[in-house]
Design a protein around this ligand. Sequence first.
Ligand code: ADP
Length: 166
Amino acid sequence: MRAAVYAGSFDPITNGHIDILVRCSSMFDKIVVAVVHNVHKKCTFTLEERTEHIRESLSGLDNVEIVSYSGLITDLMRERGIGTIIRGLRSITDFEYESQLCFFNKHLLPQSDTIFIMADYRYSYVSSTGVKEAAILGGDISELVPDVVARGLAAKHEEMKARGLI
Ligand code: ADP
């Protein structure tokens, strides 16, 4: 079975991530979306919320499994017998970071390989951080994220207003 992992914090998932997943779902029998659970990193959305956002946004893709992990992605891959990592590339800046990560993962799991998929040009400037910043300040990000995320971000915007933070 051709399987691959697509890992990240997905805080939150954006249409850029979804585009990569949809395009890759026809190239692999199975894609494991691995959501990082890092107790040291402060996320805007909880692991449960991030997982639910992904589940709802990908309900049409039946060869995608969503899991969480807290250690090395290569340990998860070893446990599951998966040899391929999917990463999205938006820019040369991504490339510098991603190539280092790719070499590191190769060191940790020599039989693994990373496949890079270029972001769709419509989402090449979209980042989880960018949509959060814009949405929390009241910007319209509805074309950049799935509806469930837009609703979650609108709720954060209201919460910040109610607390007098914006
Ligand atoms: P991190 O792992 O740094 O928390 P993400 O969860 O955003 O970051 O990243 C997971 C993967 O998604 C990475 O390969 C990243 O390059 C990719 N990615 C992020 N945003 C986009 C986008 N707009 N289009 C395509 N790929 C993206």
